[in-house]
Ligand binder design. Structure first.
Ligand code: GLN
Length: 482
C-alpha cells in the first residue's frame, strides 16, 4: 500500500485504514508521496515547492501517536498540497508571481493550521495563475501546468496545480482558492471534485487577497466524501478573519448519505445557452440520473446571469487594484535596482514583478475606481451584484439545489486562448455567479467528451447549506462511475 503506485487511488479513509492496519507508516507514505510527486512533476509542473522537512516532521508526530495508541486524528497522514496563494510558515509562497519569488511567510493560513492540527501532511505548494488571475494556469510566472488527463491541454485555472495534483495522484487532498470559478473550473477540467464553500465558511486568514469580497478557500479531492471531510475540518469562525462566519457546521459526512428522493432541483435556462453540444449532452444525462434517483427537476430562470461577466470584471479588478498596492519593493517583494528615486523604485519593481494579466487587471481596476467613473462602473456593478444574489435567494425559496454545467467546454489546448483575454474570460461564464452571490457550489465529475476530456456538473445550494450540496453530489457519485 505504501508504494507510489497505489497513491493515485488513495482516499482519506484508505490512508487511515492503512495506518491502523500498519500496512504502512505515516513516514513511509509521506516519503512515497514526496518521491512520487517529485518524479511526476516534470510532466505537469503542478508543484512549485516541496516541503519535505515539514512533511516528515508532521508524519513522525502521526507515527508517534499511533505507537502510543492515541485516537487517530481525522486527517492522520493524509498527503496535502496547498495552492501557492495560501501562506505556509517557512515555506516559500510565490502566488505564481516573480514579485514574490523569494517570499517566505512568517505564519500559516488558518485553513492550513486546521488541516495540520488534524494530522494532514503538507507535501508542497501548488502552481497557479499569478495572484489567482486566470482560467488556464498559463499566467503563472513559473510556467503553465499541464492537464494530467491530456498533457497538451490546460488544467483550468487559477487553481490548476491543485486540480492536477489530485488528478495525477500526487496528493490525496489539495487546497485551492475561488474568486470567480478557480476551484470548480479546474476540478471539472481535470476530472476531480472541487468545492467552493459559502462565502465566510472558511477563514481567509493567510490567503493572499485578490478580490476580498469574492475570495474563498476550498478543497479538491478524488471523491465527494474527502471534500466534505476536509471542508468540515477547515470550516468555522476564526478571530483572525472578521468575514468568517459563526454559522454552525453540519455533519456533512452523515447528512450527505441521506437519499435525494424528493429534493427539488432547478435548471437555470441561462446556463444552457452557448455551451458545446457535447458538454450539453453529458450534463443532460447527469440531470436524468438525478431525476431517476427521485429528484424533482424544474426549469427556472436566473435573469441577471447575463450581467455576471461584466459585473465580476469590474468588482474583481477594482478590489485587486487596491489589494495589490502592497507589492511595492519595500516589504515582501523583489526590489528593482533600476532608477534613482523612490517612485522609480516602485514603478520599476511593479513593472518587473507583475505579469501582463496582473497589470491589465490593476489598470482596469484603477480605472473603474477613479473619480468620475466610480459611479458609472464600480457602484453600478455593486448594484447589479445585488440583483444577481437576489436571483439565487428568490430561486431557493422553493428549491433545494441548482444544477448547471461548470464550463461551456472541456479543457482547451495550451496556447489556444492566451492571446484573447475575452475568450479566456468566457470560460468562467457559469461559475462567476456563485462567487458574486456567495452561495456554496461545487463541481463533481459527470462524464467526458469524445476525446476523453472530463466534464463536471455544477451544484449550487443555499447559503451555509453545504450539507444538501454534498448530498446531491454524493448520491450522484454513488449512482454513477465517473
Ligand atoms: N478566472 C477568473 C479570473 O481570472 C477567476 C479567477 C479565480 O477564481 N481566482 O479572474
Amino acid at each position: 500500500m505504501s508504494t507510489p503506485a497505489s497513491l493515485p487511488s488513495l482516499t482519506i479513509s484508505a490512508v487511515r485504514d492503512g495506518l491502523s492496519k500498519k500496512d504502512f507508516s505515516a513516514k513511509e507514505l509521506t516519503e512515497a508521496a514526496l518521491a512520487f510527486a517529485q518524479a511526476e512533476n516534470p510532466k505537469t509542473n503542478a508543484y512549485l515547492t516541496f516541503s519535505p522537512e515539514r512533511a516528515l516532521a508532521a508524519a513522525a508526530k502521526v507515527d508517534a501517536e499511533i505507537a502510543e495508541g492515541a485516537p487517530m486524528r481525522a486527517l492522520a497522514g493524509v498527503p496535502l498540497g496547498v495552492k501557492d496563494v495560501i501562506v505556509t510558515k517557512g515555506v516559500r509562497t510565490t502566488c505564481g508571481s516573480r514579485m514574490l519569488e523569494k517570499y517566505i511567510p512568517p505564519y500559516d493560513a488558518t485553513a492550513v493550521t486546521r488541516l495540520e492540527d488534524e494530522g494532514a501532511i503538507v507535501i508542497g505548494k501548488l502552481n497557479c495563475d499569478e495572484f489567482a488571475m486566470g482560467s488556464s494556469n498559463e499566467n503563472s510566472a513559473f510556467g503553465p501546468v499541464r492537464n494530467p488527463r491530456a498533457l497538451d491541454r490546460v488544467p483550468g485555472g487559477s487553481s490548476g496545480g491543485s486540480a492536477a495534483a489530485v488528478a495525477q495522484g500526487t496528493a490525496v487532498i489539495t487546497l485551492g482558492s475561488d474568486t470567480g470559478g478557480s476551484i470548480r473550473q479546474p476540478a471539472s477540467f481535470c476530472g476531480v471534485v472541487g468545492v467552493t464553500p459559502t462565502y465566510g465558511r472558511v477563514s481567509r486568514y493567510g490567503l493572499v487577497a485578490f478580490a476580498s469580497s469574492l475570495d474563498h478557500i476550498g478543497p479538491f479531492a478524488r471523491n465527494v466524501e474527502d471534500c466534505a471531510t476536509t471542508l468540515r475540518v477547515m470550516a468555522g469562525r476564526d478571530e483572525q478573519d472578521s468575514t468568517s462566519a459563526f454559522a454552525p457546521i453540519d455533519d456533512y459526512n452523515t447528512l450527505m448519505k441521506h437519499p435525494v428522493k424528493g429534493l427539488k432541483l432547478g435548471l437555470p435556462s441561462e446556463y444552457f445557452e452557448g455551451l458545446t453540444s457535447e458538454t450539453g449532452a453529458v450534463i443532460e444525462a447527469a440531470i436524468k440520473k438525478l431525476e431517476s434517483l427521485g429528484c424533482e427537476i424544474r426549469k427556472i430562470s436566473l435573469p441577471h446571469t447575463k450581467y455576471a461577466l461584466s459585473c465580476y470584471y469590474i468588482i474583481a479588478t477594482a478590489e485587486a487594484s487596491s489589494n495589490l498596492a502592497r507589492y511595492d519593493g519595500v516589504r515582501y517583494t523583489i526590489r528593482s535596482t533600476e532608477g534613482s528615486t523612490l517612485s522609480d523604485m516602485y514603478r520599476n519593481t511593479r513593472g518587473e514583478g507583475f505579469g501582463v494579466e496582473v497589470k491589465r487587471r490593476i489598470m482596469l481596476g484603477t480605472y473603474v475606481l477613479s473619480a468620475g467613473y466610480y459611479d458609472a462602473y464600480y457602484k453600478k456593478a455593486q448594484q447589479v451584484r445585488t440583483l444577481i444574489a437576489r436571483d439565487f435567494t428568490d430561486a431557493f425559496k422553493d428549491l433545494d439545489g441548482i444544477l448547471a454545467p461548470v464550463s461551456p467546454f472541456p479543457a482547451f489546448k495550451i496556447g489556444e486562448k492566451v492571446d484573447d483575454p475575452l475568450t479566456m474570460y468566457l470560460s468562467d461564464i457559469y461559475t462567476l455567479t456563485g462567487d458574486l452571490a456567495g452561495v456554496p457550489c461545487m463541481s463533481v465529475p459527470c462524464g467526458q467528451s469524445k476525446d476523453g476530456l472530463p466534464i463536471g456538473l455544477q451544484i449550487f445550494a443555499k447559503h451555509f447549506d453545504e450539507a444538501t450540496m454534498f448530498r446531491i453530489a454524493y448520491n450522484y457519485e454513488q449512482a454513477t462511475s465517473h
